[in-house]
Write a protein that binds this ligand. Structure first.
Ligand SMILES: [Zn+2]
Length: 481
């Protein structure tokens, strides 16, 4: 048994000014053939699960191409075409089945539904019968075309995402079952007119856990292959943005449709619980200061790098400096300031303006004055998955107890190792500013004793009124209701 594997992974924030092009993929992951297996063997992410499970089942993997970029702006269509065409062309022509690692919310400058486009090209090359199974993110904006062109879409059941590995194992098992002739999957998608903020999608807390529990109950019913709930990615102005409920059964289209509609209606009945309102940065800092347990994580979910933002939002840093919160640590993507810190050298005095430079959507640049405490080449290893990560040249500036970590690349708040790798001990901090919405909980959540989430300026704000949408379906929650 021979499975062709590959993928194209990007969460696209259409409100980000900067386009995503080939170099952003090259800097994150652009791997071909056996390099994919070499890089991810023994890790605990999606690829680690695929590799381990295939080996355990005695299935041969034919790796094609895998490209991933840090969430960001619209993917330049020419870059997308180059990667997507190479991926499709390099999938083994003799494969019995295809397994693709996708996000599900990729948008190009010409294509709102990039994954739908990719699957269509796969079908053009391989025909309608070769089984195609895909892993997708919980934040996928699933289109009907994605569902009809694949045999099964297996989405994460967790947010923060902690089940990449078991979902990948599940996807391999489903594809294996199809190839053995045991499974004949048929899927149905229910799309409510709803696009909740990602802050409402924590899967181990209300209201989302109610839906996940329901999905797991349905998944245990005879004949049900998979139930996937996608919360959607609301920072994409595309027609199919928003939640989706996908049920895959073993050859029972009516049963898939009925169950997908049942979960969708369960959501609709509790929709209002998915509304989110947050305090301002100054209000949040006052709340953090009132805490008597530490560290307190100050969550800037409006500049959520994991959701595509610039990572140079300054509202929270400015509030921390204004209120004198220390010892504290703030990470900021600012290549220009990194170079200034390198010029000043370790122990040198740095007086410069940081952040707020990418666009006018993430606050004003903030004047800082401090000592360069540390410089780093920016390589670190995720303590969660063991995967190697890179944040570019990095400098730590000590502004009298406010430690500002300046990075060259934008760094999602996924791993404690990013900050710990530059010699700062997070447990010794009283206040930790985190640019993330929910995923930070899987790392920073393990050391946080308290957290305060604020609504600052930024392209991942929970206040959708900050954004101008033009392509959404009508009647969307919470914008129109
Ligand atoms: Zn996600």
């Amino acid at each position: 048994m021979n499975i062709a594997v590959g993928g194209l992974f990007h969460e696209t924030n259409t409100f980000v000014a900067l386009r995503t092009e080939l170099p952003q993929f090259q800097r994150c992951a652009l791997l071909r053939g056996g390099d994919i297996v070499d890089r991810y063997r023994g890790t605990e992410g999606t690829w680690g699960g695929i590799i381990d499970r295939a080996e355990a089942l005695g299935v041969r993997l034919s790796p094609a191409l895998y490209a991933e970029a840090v969430p960001g702006g619209v993917v330049e269509h020419a870059s997308f075409l180059q990667l997507a065409e190479e991926l499709v062309a390099s999938l083994d022509a003799g494969a019995d089945g295809i397994l693709l690692v996708l996000h599900g919310a990729m948008v190009t400058s010409e294509e709102q539904d990039a994954e739908g486009w990719l699957l269509r090209r796969c079908r053009e090359r391989f025909g309608p019968d070769v089984p195609i199974v895909c892993t997708i993110d919980l934040h996928a904006n699933v289109s009907p075309e994605m569902v009809t062109l694949s045999h099964c879409l297996v989405g994460y059941d967790t947010y923060p995402h902690t089940d990449y590995y078991p979902r990948a194992v599940e996807a391999v098992d489903i594809l294996h079952g199809i190839l053995l002739g045991d499974l004949s999957p048929t899927s149905s998608l229910y799309k409510p007119s709803a696009m909740p903020a990602v802050q409402s999608m924590l899967t181990d807390a209300p209201p989302m856990n109610t839906l996940i529990d329901l999905a797991h109950r349905i998944e245990k019913e005879p004949g049900v292959v998979n139930v996937t709930i996608t919360g959607g990615f609301p920072y994409a102005d595309v027609y199919w943005a928003g939640m989706g409920f996908i049920v895959t059964t073993n050859g029972d289209p009516a049963g898939a449709k009925r169950r997908a509609r049942d979960i969708g209606r369960a959501f609709e009945a509790m929709e209002r619980q998915f509304a989110v309102t947050l305090p301002s940065p100054d209000e949040g800092v006052v709340l953090a200061k009132a805490s008597n347990v530490y560290p307190v994580v100050l969550v800037d979910s409006s500049d959520n790098v994991g959701g595509g933002s610039s990572g140079d939002g300054t509202d929270v840093l400015a509030a921390i400096l204004r209120h004198g919160l220390k010892p504290s640590v703030v990470m900021l993507a600012d290549p220009e300031a990194v170079l200034a810190a390198i010029e000043a050298g370790i122990g040198g005095l740095l007086s410069t303006k940081v952040g707020g430079k990418t666009d006018r959507l993430h606050g004003d640049s903030v004047a800082i004055r401090g000592t360069v405490a540390r410089l780093s080449d920016g390589h670190y290893r995720s303590e969660r998955t063991g995967e190697p990560k890179y944040m570019g040249l990095t400098a730590v500036v000590d502004c009298d107890g406010v430690y500002i970590v300046l990075t060259t690349e934008r760094v999602p708040a996924f791993d404690l190792a990013a900050i710990e790798s530059v010699g700062l001990h997070l447990k010794h901090m009283r206040y930790i500013a985190v640019k993330g919405a929910v995923q930070w909980k899987s790392s920073y959540g393990r050391i946080a004793r308290a957290s305060v989430e604020v609504d600052a300026a930024g392209v991942t704000s929970a206040s959708f009124r900050r954004f101008r949408y033009a392509r959404l379906r009508s009647g969307m929650f919470p914008i129109e209701r």
